[in-house]
Write a protein that binds this ligand. Sequence first.
Ligand code: GLU
Length: 305
Amino acid sequence: MDTAPSERAIQPVFRFAPSPNGYLHLGHAYSALLNEALAAAAGGLWLLRIEDIDTTRCRPAFEQAIYEDLAWLGLSWPEPVLRQSTEQAAYRDALARLDAMGLLYPCAASRQDIAAAVARREEGGAVWPRDPDGAPRHPGLVERLSRTEAEALRSRGEPLAWRLDMERALARIAADDSPLVWTRFTAGGELSTVAAQPERWGDVVLARKDIGTSYHLSVVVDDARQGVTHVVRGKDLEPATDLHCLLQRLLGLPTPRYLHHDLIQDQAGEKLAKSRGSTALRDLRAEGLTPEDLRARLGFAPRHS
Ligand code: GLU
């Protein structure tokens, strides 16, 4: 039966968006299963998105393993899957729009330059502030390039990063009638309004030198392009939501609802990290764990009860 456009428009859309820079672990399984369960409960669907912009860390073998692990968990998703590495044009377009608003500035500093600048500032025991993701806060660390200097560097083929001028961005939205807020939802369906605090971030990099975009920019662009209405992700990304909300406002994009779930702890009570290789799903599978065992361990009801 055909569905009226107005009904189609309100179908909730969730997404699970792993990065293929390691094997999925228990925490990813929890996030994927929670997305599936909440999407089903809301009568919606969930999409799989491969966040592979970071070509320095992402590998095809890890992407393949994502498909295998999720299928093993009993999950299925609509095809084609959006792979961010093929979507550079959309990110460039968003970046150009922010640039046209005068909200970006170029930065030529390397990681080493920045680390050295931080070390100088911290010499006397002072602590240079960090963004919520641990990156040293800008501005004030390295001198800003003028546009002419940036053009000269670019004409010599030197790549540049682009940073958001947070002060200008905040000034631009300060005049808006509506406050910058996002809606938190819970598994039980309760909604609450949260005031966004993008000012807890400094001048974040929106386009990295090496890859031309960033997690923050790509995620905001794709959530909007894919019509995502509900974002379910770990608590570690909660501070990023404030920044995403700001970017959505600046770019005129809708703000989805957000649920930031607790992070699954390992036996030692520490957050799981792909980098530490802890409890990869493929290892658990090799040890004989079944998808149903895993569901039970993560607190989900049996699939066919
Ligand atoms: N790609 C991110 C990760 O693997 C998740 C991004 C998100 O859910 O917004 O941690």
